[in-house]
Every structure is written in structure tokens, then in C-alpha cells.
Ligand binder design. Sequence first.
Ligand SMILES: Cc1cc2nc3c(=O)[nH]c(=O)nc-3n(C[C@H](O)[C@H](O)[C@H](O)COP(=O)(O)OP(=O)(O)OC[C@H]3O[C@@H](n4cnc5c(N)ncnc54)[C@H](O)[C@@H]3O)c2cc1C
Length: 229
Amino acid sequence: MNNGVISSPPEDPVKCTSKNTNCTITNSIGIFPDRSICEAGEVKYPGTEEELISIVATATKNNRKMKAATRYSHSIPKLACPDGKDGLLISTNNLNKVLRVDAEARTITVESGVTLRQIIAEAAEAGLALPYTPYWWGITIGGLMATGAHGSTLWDKGSAVHEYATEIRIVSPSGPEDGYAKVRVLTESDDDNQHLNAVRVSLGVLGVISRVCVYIYFIHFLIYRRLNA
Ligand SMILES: Cc1cc2nc3c(=O)[nH]c(=O)nc-3n(C[C@H](O)[C@H](O)[C@H](O)COP(=O)(O)OP(=O)(O)OC[C@H]3O[C@@H](n4cnc5c(N)ncnc54)[C@H](O)[C@@H]3O)c2cc1C
């Protein structure tokens, strides 16, 4: 008899009957609280910000509802459901690159589909760490920003990762004058932080975040704080 423990990550929450069309989306536990099945017309997998802009522009021009979806879709509520059988899911599965770790500035810049696990691992390579994180490393930076997911502490800016975001790039629907999609680069140094604050916890309704830069700490500083607490 084999007494070993087998574990595997949750299944892909997006399933389609014909390639990337006629799809459904659920969450990582496999059912939404209202027990309904969310249908969507199609899923797209942009691999770059340029592809994301083109997808948002085409969907906007065609008056199509869209929602961002992630690798495991860990949120229990039906946040990622685009509403209506013709809706479009924009998965961030392929927006999965760590773009820059700047040890001097103590920042890490990642695409929005990068998981907490990737961020923690890449930051650690440079001797850096996110001090207080949500509880599961399969969630993405885009998803955790959108929901305000956090760990626990009152130290510094608190435990919500979005409080440490110094720059967010977001692609939103727009009018024909902008080619039906607009990229906004929102930074802490902007005169008016209102837009950055709104995008920090948007529940996914203001557009699709393409890229995030977050402020992180030196690991030895955190150990020092812990030992001297
Ligand atoms: C309101 C709420 C609060 C939560 N708070 C915590 C917490 O404090 N601590 C904790 O550990 N867990 C928390 N969770 C559980 C879980 O950690 C979060 O749901 C987390 O956001 C899941 O991440 P995900 O990558 O799986 O995103 P998903 O569950 O797939 O998506 C969450 C939302 O973010 C949107 N979204 C995803 N990517 C993008 C993007 N690139 N651009 C724009 N929108 C995007 C989706 O459309 C959806 O609306 C919370 C869940 C919810 C619903």
C-alpha cells in the first residue's frame, strides 16, 4: 500500500469545448457561491502588452463585455465572469514574466499574470522579500491587486500588497480617438494619486492590469525586525 501524499495544483479554471471558444470559467474550488456555471464566448491569451491592447481594442469596438482571468482563479465570488454567453475572458496566463528586480531601488517589476510564488522566488535571489503576503502563492499580482488581498501586520504601510505598488500599467477600453483602448501608467510620483489608488483595488472593473512594480524589503532587515520585535 502506498502511504505517500500526492498534491497537484488546481485545474485550469477556463474550459472550452472548441479550442478557445464556447468556454466556461469557475474558481479554484470548482464552484461559485451561487452554484451557477459562468459561460463565456471566448478566451484570449495575450503574451505581451501590445497583444493585450489589441484584444481590448477589438472587444471594445465590438461592444463586447470582458473580464480578466488568471491561472487558478482563486477568488470565491464570481468576479471573473464576463456576464453573458458572448463575453470575453482575457487570461493573464502568458503575461508571466518577471521584468526587473532592482535591488538598489528595492523594487520588482512583473507582468500581471506572475504568481506570488514567482515574485517571492525572484526577489529572494536578490536578497529581497515581500514582508506580508496573502496566504497562497498560486495567486497572481493582477488578481491580488484587484481584490486588495493581504497578510497581517500594522507595521509600515500595513499588510496589503497594493499599498507597496509604486507603478501600475493598465489597459482600459476607450473611444475611437484612442483606437478603442488606452494604456495608463500610474505612478506614486504623479501629482494626483487618485487614479493609482483606484486601480490598486479595482475588483477588475477598470481594465486589465498589464504590469506592476512593487516595493520590497531586504531579507536581513526583516529578520532584524523580527528578532528585535
Ligand atoms: C474581496 C476579496 C478579498 C480577498 N482578500 C484576501 C486577503 O486579504 N488575503 C488573502 O490571502 N486572500 C484574499 N482573498 C482570496 C484570494 O487571495 C484573492 O481572491 C486573490 O485575488 C486571488 O488571486 P487570483 O490571481 O487567483 O485572481 P482571480 O481570483 O482570478 O481574480 C480576482 C479578480 O481580479 C481580477 N483580475 C485578475 N487579474 C487582473 C488583471 N491583470 N487586471 C485587472 N483585473 C484582474 C479578476 O477579473 C477578478 O475580478 C480575497 C478574495 C476576495 C474576493
